[in-house]
Write a protein that binds this ligand. Sequence first.
Ligand SMILES: [Zn+2]
Length: 147
Amino acid sequence: MRRNFTGIESGPKMSDAEKSSPVVDASEPSWIRDPSVANVQLNAGATEEMEMIIAAICQGEEIYCENCGQKFAFWPPVLWADHSIVAHSDVQTILARTNLSPLCAEELNQAKQLYFSAAFGVRATMRRRAWQLGYAVVKPGNISIVQ
Ligand SMILES: [Zn+2]
């Protein structure tokens, strides 16, 4: 297992139980719990590959409806977003519905990428899974603007 701070890092193989409920590993890199210590990127050669990587990182993640509490798989977001639009239109602004709509798309559009990225920045479980599966490309530094 590589322990250097630059380049692709990969952790030990996980059992199915660990994939859905990762156990904290004292030897895991600090960027998993502290996004301020490094930039973490996911690189893929094609959109199909990125979709596969994102699905693997989101395995076991959940999201709850803010209106009724119903539980959904975090990825793909279509079931949760469609539920929100259909079941709770009475409490949503037009803007909210407009923002949820592209999350129902099948293709990996910008809205779905942002939905994933926002969660990846705050869910250590997803960051740990990316590390354990060897998908994280870690670069020193803490602030970057991608153009
Ligand atoms: Zn609901």
